[in-house]
Design a protein around this ligand. Structure first.
Ligand code: IVH
Length: 689
């Protein structure tokens, strides 16, 4: 072995030890998990090649994390194990695990499939809850697996964690569970985590109060539990899910892990509904795929799924290797966070002139795709995160959400790093940039003179829920505006087939289709037309309200702020915005020209006087099993209901699908009726008397 290998192993050990300390003891990680895993795997690989490198103190030989002196140590009666991780993508992680289990159990090919319990891998902090005769007496962290820390005070502040268990039913009937009542000792293992909406709300409040923000939900959870002051911990919004057992006395265990989870739920512990019993490896792979799809819509972070042999007897037969059970595996998803560098910060101009700084990144593979841009939201966000051009940053991508810069690794800042400042003139049209009192955003004052705003305004006007002009996408709009063919909305209706067919990637046929689509869009409703104009603060629902209550375009254009504010749900800010919009002669001119092009509607929003839901206000949340959001909205509106964006006392009912978030919670708090999709369908089928 040469000196370079020795030196590299020593360097890796030191780096990993430092990151362990930052992560486990200080709750201040500097690098994303994926980067840590890379260091760890490199050391493991070196040790595999040169076994003499594998010293007893190598970080590969222990789980990591010493208890802080300040919390009382707790020795775990049953050690808290860690879990082996498959990083194979797609199905193979599941199939490999199944093959390994079958091999270790000595099953032949003809033997029936092994049954597994499949769950989410929650991304928080592992906790052991000890209940004696049904009462929570102790809560401890995992620590090094043998000894953890007593964090009972802090865990007691988590509303999800019951302070006392519900006794199980004690009917003399053969029941799901053998032992009635409450066990003498029941240790429940699970994860303390922070929901994303709770994390966002906490950080928003912290920014307002000028306090330190949390880096990500996982650190939010870990840091809060390891807060020495329980009063501070109590202010942190934490949640808990149970996934297993520690020491148990005075209770006969169910036969399966799925049975254990059902029993834990019956005891009143929170157990995730995203769990399944799967027969064989293919079924595990299907679970992995299903959860991958649901992952972006879950209200909390997960980093994978966990498969466990379902039969407790088989689990026992398989046993453990060092600190990992042979009967369980975590199957990870691609990391949603990665390290990269900021090559530049550019400014984009949106429909309303809002300037959004965007980080141009060295390409990095994260969340399953290569990311080259991340939004920095606004100038204050850049100040808060202290992002410079040249910085090494953590970027995060979750589902379809725009990638974000999470934080900066300030100790890696190069000497020539450059701070960012908002331009004083629009980078697209050169107009003045302003930041209004009390607003975080900077805006270009160019209005439709600014080609960036013009493009966005056209796309907004053409969208399905506004004028519904099929085939007018962003590439085409780009060409139309840059080529000087369109200066204002009415120019759209003056496009002819010949002009269009000259454009790139436009054949005569597609030009004809667009002209037909434009013709068809001319028959519309006042609500759609108003929404399409893109007046600030006038969304679809407000546009419909205006149409319904004021009845005609002329009345709306001439209404005073007071008259506008009489319309239900139109407040002073919205009313002022509408009034200002129509006070501009050029905006009135646009409306006149559009009418002159032949756009027509029946004045007044078509009143649905006979629908079963006339006068009802409904809120949609979560994913419905068969209907898309737009479809549900259309059905509700056709039945006369108004679909609102947020829950209030005025809401008549909420239609909730899976992974509904804060809207559902709020509805529950306010005691508002909650329906699922089938409830909605039967409501819609009701006939008026
Ligand atoms: S079972 C004997 N199930 O992942 C198996 N762990 O290395 C013990 N985790 O720190 C763990 N979700 O906190 C199990 N559904 C789940 C889990 C889970 C998250 C965490 C756990 C532990 C790590 C395993």
């Amino acid at each position: 072995m040469d000196a370079a290998v020795l030196a590299r192993a020593a360097e890796l050990r030191a780096q990993i030890a430092r990151h362990d300390r930052l992560y486990y003891e200080l709750d201040a990680p500097e690098i994303p998990d994926a980067e840590y895993d890379r260091l760890f795997r490199e050391l493991q690989a070196l040790e595999a090649e040169y076994p003499t490198l594998r010293t007893a103190d190598s970080p590969t030989q222990r789980v990591g994390g010493k208890p802080l002196d300040s919390f009382a140590p707790v020795r775990h009666v049953v050690p808290m194990l860690s879990i082996r991780t498959e990083t194979d993508t797609e199905a193979s992680g599941a199939l490999n695990f199944d093959a390994r289990v079958r091999r270790e159990l000595g099953l032949t090919e003809e033997a029936p499939p092994v049954e597994y319990a499949a769950e989410l891998k929650f991304d928080g902090l592992a906790i052991n809850l000890r209940y004696e005769n049904g009462v929570l007496v102790l809560a401890a962290t995992r620590g090094d697996g043998e000894t953890g820390e007593d964090v009972t005070q802090n865990v007691r502040t988590i509303r999800d964690v019951p302070l006392a268990l519900k006794p199980l039913p004690t009917t003399g009937q053969p029941s799901l569970f053998d032992a009635p009542g409450l066990p003498e000792v029941l240790e429940v293992r699970g994860e303390v985590y922070m929901r994303r909406d709770d994390f966002d709300a906490f950080n928003a409040r912290a920014i307002e109060a000028g306090e330190k923000t949390l880096v990500n939900p996982r650190n939010g959870a870990a840091g809060s539990i390891r807060q020495l002051d329980p009063a501070i911990a109590a202010k942190r919004p934490l949640s808990f899910y149970a996934y297993g057992l520690g020491e148990v006395r005075g209770w006969t265990l169910p036969d399966t892990h799925a049975g254990v989870l059902d029993a834990l739920a019956a005891f009143g512990l929170p157990v995730s509904e995203h769990r399944a019993v799967c027969s064989g490896g293919e079924a595990l792979a299907a679970f992995h795929a299903r959860i991958a799809e649901a992952r972006p819509t879950l209200p909390f972070d997960i980093d994978g799924v966990v498969y466990k042999v379902n039969s407790l007897a088989l689990q026992q037969r398989m046993g453990f290797v060092t600190r990992e059970p042979r009967w369980a595996v975590a199957h990870k998803y691609p990391a949603q966070e990665a390290l990269t560098t900021v090559q530049d910060i550019e400014v984009q101009v949106g429909r309303t002139g809002k300037l959004t700084p965007v980080a141009r990144l060295a390409p990095v593979f994260v969340g399953g795709v290569t990311v080259t841009n991340a939004t920095l939201h606004n100038e204050s966000e850049i100040r808060r995160k202290d992002v410079h051009v040249g910085d090494t940053v953590i970027v995060r991508r979750a589902g379809d959400v725009i990638p974000e810069v999470v934080s900066v690794l300030s100790d890696r800042r190069p000497a020539d790093a450059r701070a960012f400042s908002m331009p004083s003139h629009c980078p697209v049209c050169g107009s003045d940039v302003v930041r209004e009192e009390g607003e975080v955003d900077h805006r270009c004052t160019g209005g439709l003179y600014c080609s960036a705003q013009r493009k966005q305004a056209l796309l907004h006007f053409a969208q399905r829920r506004a004028m519904d002009i099929e085939g007018l996408g962003d590439k085409l709009v780009e060409q139309l505006v840059d080529g000087g063919l369109i200066r204002s909305l009415p120019d759209l209706y003056r496009l002819g087939v010949l002009k269009l067919a000259e454009l790139d990637r436009m054949a005569v046929k597609s030009a004809e289709n667009l002209v037909t689509a434009l013709e068809q869009s001319k028959r519309t409703t006042l609500g759609r037309f108003l929404f399409g104009l893109g007046i600030r603060h006038v969304g679809e629902a407000t546009a419909k309200d205006l149409a319904r209550h004021l009845g005609s375009m002329d009345r709306i254009m001439d209404a005073s702020v007071e008259e506008l504010a009489q319309v239900p749900d139109v407040g002073p800010v919205v009313a002022a915005s509408i009034h200002t919009f129509f006070a501009q002669p050029h905006n009135r001119e646009v409306v006149e020209q559009l009418r002159a092009c032949g756009i027509v509607w029946e004045e007044g929003e078509a009143q649905v006087a006979s629908g079963p839901l006339v006068g009802k206000t409904v809120v949609l949340t979560g994913t419905l099993p068969t209907l898309s959001r737009d479809q549900a909205k259309d059905l509700l509106e056709a039945a006369g209901a108004k679909v609102a964006g947020s829950v209030s006392k005025k809401t008549d009912f909420v239609v909730a699908g899976t992974d509904a978030g804060s809207k559902l919670t709020k509805a529950q708090e306010l005691g508002i009726n909650i329906l699922d999709e089938s409830g909605l369908m039967s409501m819609l089928e009701k006939r008026e008397p």
